[in-house]
Structure formats: C-alpha cells, structure tokens
Design a binder for this molecule. Sequence first.
Ligand code: ARG
Length: 231
Amino acid sequence: AKPAEPAKAKVLKAGADAAFAPFEFQDEKTKEYTGFDIDLIKAIGKQMGVEVEVQNINFDGLIPALEAGNIDVLISGMTITEERTKKVNFSKPYYRSGLSMVVKSDNNTLKSFKDLEGKNIAVQIGTTGANEAKKIKDAKVREFNNAPEAFMELKAGGVDAVVNDLPVNEYYIAKTGSKDAKIVGEPLNAEEYGIATAKKNTELAEKINKALEELKKNGEYEKIYMKWFGK
Ligand code: ARG
C-alpha cells in the first residue's frame, strides 16, 4: 500500500489590487504582498483553517475574476455599494473610509470639492472616486489603472487634483513627506469597505463573516488595525 499522503491545507485564493497602500501593496524589499487587508485576510484564513494565496489583479478586473471563479474572495479596500452588491456578496463592513482630494502643496486656490468644477481630476478606474469625480460639473476626469499613477500625474502637473480614498491619500502624503502634495477640504462622503465573495458562494460568505466577528472579539482585528493605523 502507498503511504498516506499528508493532508493538504486548503487554499483560499484572494484577489487584491496591490497598489493601494496601506491596504495592499508590495513590500519593496521582500516583494511580498502586505498591508492591512492582507493581514486581515490572512488572519481570516487562519481562523478558517485555510491557507491564503494573494493574487495581484487590477482593481477593475477584481469583480470579473470573482465571477469567473479565478479567485475565491476579494479584499481590496473595496467600498460596499449598491451597484456592486448586485454582482457580489459583501461581508459585514470591516473599515470606515471616505473620499478626499489631494492637490499640489503649492496650490492655494483649490480648497474643497466645490472648487473642482471645470478642473482636471485624476482617479483610479472603476472606483467610487471615479464615479464621484464624474459628477462634478464640467470636470475633466482622467482615469488611471492604479492610484500611484494618478498621484504621479498630479506631481507631473497634468491634473489639478486626485480624488481617492482618504486613508490612502494620508499614507501617500506621509510617505512622500508631504513635499509634493496635500489633502484639502473635508472628506466628500463616508464609505465602508467589505470583503467580497461570489454571489453563489453563500457558504464562504458566512464563514468570512464568522471569522471576522471572531477576530473582532479576540482582539486580533484591533492588533492588525493598530499595526497599520495606530498613531
Ligand atoms: N474604495 C474605493 C472603491 O471601492 C477604491 C478602492 C481601490 N482599491 C484598490 N486596491 N485600488 O472604489
């Protein structure tokens, strides 16, 4: 008889657009995917007894990848919206966010979202930021594949502002030492992030909610939160 094979740990394939620090990004040295979302989904996997494998996928390709069954879950700073809820199941909210605007440090004319009328705005394609920017009267909205590209365009002077998630804007500015850019005005809205699973995979959605709840109870969520957002 053949020797029994060791039981293989089940794998949970998680998709993320890993250019959205501090939620998901590639560590420059180790090249590993890291961030708040990555730690959270790994902790959820551990809770469920499965191994988590992260796949880097463009933000606008994440829901299609989930629908095609190429990934099991997606965690990518994705805001729970009505429109997306038609296509995927979202977990209970795991992070409170909102949109803010970033301008060049030496810009003293753009002070709030009201001032963006008729201006050139950079956003990431497929995001809530893109949707909201398009509602601004006469604004010319340019869509980039990821947030760093939108910030680069601002730095290069190609646009007047970037509309993007507040915690990501804050992290970007902290990292660049606020030399090139600054956040102005109040956040435009309040949004909540959720972990998405395929519509038909309700069993997995339940397991994720359960694990999330457990991590909130046992202090693990708090630990991960403090690691990335603690002052
Ligand atoms: N919260 C925004 C949205 O859901 C932006 C998320 C972008 N995430 C990313 N990993 N690039 O549309």
